[in-house]
Ligand binder design. Structure first.
Ligand SMILES: *[C@@H]1O[C@H](CO)[C@@H](O)[C@H](O)[C@H]1NC(C)=O
Ligand SMILES: *[C@@H]1O[C@H](CO)[C@@H](O)[C@H](O)[C@H]1NC(C)=O
Length: 360
């Protein structure tokens, strides 16, 4: 057999240049119906969910199993898109004051080369996107938007110690978790260190959604007597999930991969074992001070910093000691606001000078 050497080298080049992080389902959060954020808040589509514009087969950033799941219901892809968009915008909010500010790109991996390293930031991205899908699916189930799931009736069996009665629609986290597990984890097929880390963090995200659920109640009775209290289990705002995952990010556990056992172990013998809601990572992060696209670092030059802060957004920490430049700009804001009969608030526009600081 004659080997075409040129074709072979091209093939090897192509195979080795495809990084596993390349195409990601969470690209749906960028191109889907929920795409686009305003000040970090998702802009919701105005009309009710529309028929999906694109067949699942035409979404090359989805894996085979993901396309199957996508085809199971008319609105599933919208719900996943909502989960992804919610996760992306929460990541932007949580990290807006940090050197790595969860920058997203218009590429199918969305978060760029940060995903090629086994660092904490990657752990956060995996956990929050997985949590986002679970949250969106669970909520959609509660609204009756997905065929084979609904409210959780198992809660009725839980003892209320005669304090209240179960009623209403309780969110069912099990279906959402199962769906998210099937949809999100399916890309991690191999038994290797990267997959192990991603699967762990995906699960930590879902566990956090569940942990953050709460019992909400409403009183019924004559004039606020609260003779009857009706309660149900509900998801928290996704912001609370984001806050919790940010805490987990700060306390993430460094681990190593033991191939022989296909397991993650603490990086050092005396470290505690990671718990199921902990985020895990392999490598310390770069400091994100300078531009280095190979590690997904844009650097902090030009970032706005806070001169009076002692925190991570302070000019000394954010600018990595390079110093900053100050600019006085005129800003316009509402002032002299007054109540106008009836019933609105009327304001004047005032201009005032404000100092802005930017990293050198
Ligand atoms: C990975 O390991 C699990 C058990 O830990 C096993 O069930 C599975 O078949 C393995 N997968 C591959 C692709 O080797
Ligand atoms: C995030 O950081 C990048 C690079 O420094 C910057 O261009 C971008 O404006 C920042 N985003 C926000 C929301 O501050």
């Amino acid at each position: 057999m004659k080997l075409d050497y040129a074709a072979l080298t091209t093939l090897i080049y192509i195979l080795t240049s495809i990084s596993p992080a390349m195409s990601q389902w969470w690209y749906l959060g960028v191109v889907g119906p929920y795409a686009g954020t305003e000040n970090g808040i998702i802009v919701r589509p105005k009309e009710a969910r529309s028929k999906r514009a694109q067949p699942c087969e035409d979404m090359p950033f989805l894996g085979a199993r993901q396309k199957e799941l996508c085809n199971q219901g008319e609105f599933i892809i919208d719900v996943i898109s909502e989960g992804a968009a919610m996760a992306i915008s929460e990541c932007l909010m949580q990290f807006k004051d940090r050197r790595w500010n969860c920058t997203t790109f218009d590429t199918t991996d969305v978060f760029g080369n940060i995903l090629s390293l086994g660092v904490r930031e990657k752990s956060f991205v995996y956990s929050i996107t997985s949590a986002g899908v679970m949250q969106a699916v669970t909520r959609a189930c509660g609204r009756g938007e997905i065929g084979n799931c609904g409210c959780d009736t198992n809660v009725y069996k839980r003892d209320t110690k005669n304090q209240f009665q179960w009623g209403g629609c309780s969110h069912n986290p099990e279906f959402g978790a199962r769906f998210a597990r099937e949809f999100v984890d399916t890309k991690e097929l191999e038994n290797n260190s990267d997959s192990k880390m991603n699967l762990w963090n995906n699960e930590a995200g879902r566990q956090t959604v569940k942990k953050k659920m709460k019992t909400l109640c409403k009183c019924h009775g004559v004039s606020a007597s609260c003779a009857v209290r009706i309660c149900w289990r509900s998801l928290s705002d996704f912001k609370e999930v984001g806050d919790a995952l940010k805490v987990s990010y700060d306390g993430a556990k460094k681990v190593r991969y033991v191939a022989r056992k296909d397991a993650l172990k603490p990086a050092q013998k005396h470290y505690a074992k990671p718990k199921k809601r902990d985020l895990v990572y392999f490598k310390e992060s770069p400091n994100f001070c300078e531009f280095d696209s190979s590690v997904g670092s844009l650097g902090t030059m030009g970032r706005q910093c806070n001169r009076t802060s002692q925190g991570l957004d302070s000019c000394s920490l954010l600018c990595c000691g390079r110093g900053f430049v100050s600019q006085i700009k005129e800003v316009e804001e509402d002032c002299n606001c007054r109540f106008a009969w009836c019933c609105k608030v009327v304001c004047d526009k005032c201009r005032r000078k404000q100092e802005f600081n930017y990293c050198k």
